[in-house]
Design a protein around this ligand. Sequence first.
Ligand code: LLP
Length: 422
Amino acid sequence: MNHFTYHNGELCCEDVRIKDIAAQVGTPFYLYSTATLKRHFTAFESGFEGMAHQTCFAVKACSNIAILNLFATLGGGADIVSGGELFRALQAEVEPQKIIYSGVGKTGKELREALQAGILMFNVESPQELDRLQAVAAEMNTIARIAFRINPDVDPKTHAYISTGLAKNKFGVPVAEALQEYLRAKVMPNIKIVGVSCHIGSQLTQIEPFIEALRKVKAFIAQLEQEDIQIKYVDMGGGIGIPYDDEQPPHPTDYAAAVRAELTGMKVTLILEPGRVLVGNAGILVTEVQYTKVNSGGEQEKRFIIVDAAMNDLARPSLYGAHHEILPVHAPAAKERQRADVVGPICESGDFLAKDRIMPEVQPGELLAVMSSGAYGFSMSSTYNSRPRAAEVIVSGGSFQVIRQRECYADLVRGEAVSALA
Ligand code: LLP
């Protein structure tokens, strides 16, 4: 459920007409609905009510500090994977004791910054990272709270690029080796073991793989207890999918009920790292049609709708073949529909937002809304082809605010210099 709906033939975000925003901000831009963000957060949380838990939003899904701050005001923390994400979370006033740090390649500098900030825990992903963290914490004369991210070898049944919990993936420590690492960590002077974590993948449309992973985590915790290692936090990671097209992912409350049932009787605090499920359908990308063209001469005529957003703005269709619904901002009055590719101006054939899509006939100057773009949309955007990054805008009720200015040409060359060495 989201707040992007038509009123009198005009697509609105809550009570604001999208065409009015476009007239002031220009295109392309990302647009988020505060009411949808809040609704998704509270719906997610409601499933875990009465249970010791902390929701740590996966910053990588949508990193704008306005969004991070909104979740923080609702009690959310942050799951970070870089020093840059730590910086954003702190800027957004996320409480440090609600921040957890995942990722396979944390540098010494990043570990230092996170220790300095006093984050809740590090999800350690290798023996080498544990050694580095011990050394950095000793140097700073502090204690690092850790969980190991264990790799449960569970198939999440999602796109190969976003599966992370299989033995062949680069993530986590195999269950078989994890006990040895916990025993090593137990006697390290600057390490305090507090948790076990796992994250098996993203855009999951079934509950079973989560539960299979959780059962492996539970069995592992029982093994740890035998070694007198007590676990306070069980971190389930993120991964619940959303409907982009005709997928039927589990409702967050069903997911919560299944997790709750598995954890009955365990005295642990559950940590969750949802990303997509909170923001995916709370954001869209608005773009303007520049040209339409028909290329004939091949086996069949091919129609293209060329818009001013491209793979640098929304990489998901090019990168994963992902489906995003595309709606006209001005609803057509029974216009003719035609099959077309919706493409951007970038010089690659892989630059498309939709392929062979049945679209209403559109004219240059018309606005299109690329739906379900709130997760991994702006946060994965780049300046490829020297295209300044899009603006980000948020709506609340009848008002809107720019939460990230559109980049300008000067931003593109910031930090660059003409070489004096030639
Ligand atoms: N926790 C960890 C350790 C993660 O690596 C991720 C996502 C999450 C939580 C959040 O997962 P979510 O709830 O959003 O599924 N760019 C891809 C998705 C990459 C996901 C990376 N990790 C896409 O556009 O589909």
